[in-house]
Ligand binder design. Structure first.
Ligand SMILES: [Fe+2]
Length: 259
């Protein structure tokens, strides 16, 4: 298991990065840290995703397909997190987001289903859909284990905040570059865009803002949760970046980076 995938990696990376020690955090410095982390993630996503339009059609499909495993496991982890949280605004909001992820009673509207319709519409064969990268399987399983074992505050940073705020940032950048791929441009009229409409538009921006407000309220009520929250969020960033790094290394090696 790589250092970044280890349950104690968050503590290690905090120390190595020279970031402020978690004990010194207050609400303002936590949000400054979160904003800086989000900006850095956005920049990294931009560097990584700018290769998307240059990929062969097959490599572009493989990259898109691998994301489905994140969205599937996010639902499971969100349910785990809900089980651990105290009653309150954050639990209520995340419960609403989970219901939306599951299609609010209509399984055809569950986000993994919606995403799979997008994949089918860009030509990903149904038999490819189960081929999760083992390295990314290990990352996702480690996140679920940590969520189960550690404090609710760590879980909020890991999945409540990381899944919603970070994911939206990455998906927006991905969508921006994906739309420029020659195959996507040529087939735009036949592509199922619903997943992207949900995740890169107003709905997800509002989700991000509501989540941030609910987490801020949670911190006000439980200031002692801050260090664990920050560690969980940093762990989430590390895992998320590694998840995408693995995808590009394995699905889009440089030799395949021509159209
Ligand atoms: Fe979603």
């Amino acid at each position: 298991m790589a250092l970044q995938d280890h349950p104690n990696a968050a503590r290690a990376t905090f120390a190595q990065s020279g970031a402020m020690p978690p004990r010194a955090l207050d609400r303002d410095s936590f949000w400054e840290f979160a904003d800086r982390a989000k900006e850095a993630t956005e920049a990294l996503a931009g560097q990584r995703m700018e290769a998307l339009p240059l990929l062969s059609v097959e490599a572009m499909r493989r990259v898109c397909m691998q994301y489905r495993f994140f969205t599937i496991d996010y639902i499971k982890d969100l349910a785990l997190l809900l089980a651990k949280l105290p009653f309150g605004g954050l639990r209520s909001l995340l419960g609403q987001i989970l219901a939306e992820e599951l299609g609010e009673g209509d399984p055809a509207k569950a986000h993994p289903e919606v995403y799979d319709r997008f994949l089918a519409s860009i030509g990903v064969p149904a038999e490819e859909l189960g081929r999760r990268l083992p390295r990314n399987g290990a990352i996702l399983e480690a996140l679920s284990d940590e969520l189960a074992e550690r404090s609710p505050a760590f879980g909020v940073g890991l999945r409540g905040m990381g899944g919603e705020c970070l994911c939206q940032t990455y998906l927006s950048v991905m969508f921006e570059h994906l739309r420029e791929h020659p195959y996507i441009r040529a087939h735009a009229d036949g592509i199922e865009w619903e997943f992207w409409t949900i995740h890169t538009g107003e709905v997800d921006i509002v989700h991000g803002e509501l989540t941030r407000q609910a987490i801020d309220d949670y911190i006000r009520e439980e200031p002692a949760a801050l260090p664990e929250l920050a560690l969980g969020y940093e762990r989430s960033i590390t895992a998320w970046n590694r998840f995408w790094q693995n995808i590009f290394e394995e699905c889009a090696p440089r030799r395949g980076a021509t159209a």
